[in-house]
Design a protein around this ligand. Structure first.
Ligand code: SF4
Length: 62
């Protein structure tokens, strides 16, 4: 599973970082992905972060 962030859409509220800090971090005004290849054990929390993103800026590719 791979994940990326639509930087144009991100509003920088940090919700993804709160839910899954292993994968997401803030980089100034927007979030960024620390690891594009999501390890098995982080998939559930990464998907939860995507669900929490109010602007659907987190793109997951299975
Ligand atoms: S939850 Fe979405 S809008 Fe909020 S910081 Fe993360 S990617 Fe950006």
């Amino acid at each position: 599973m791979r994940v990326r962030i639509d930087e144009e859409a991100c509003v920088g509220d940090g919700a993804c970082v709160e839910v899954c800090p292993e994968i997401f971090e803030m980089a100034g005004e927007i979030a960024r992905v620390k690891m594009e290849d999501v390890p098995e054990e982080l998939r559930a929390s990464c998907k939860e972060a995507a669900d929490e993103c109010v602007v659907e800026a987190i793109i997951i590719e299975e």
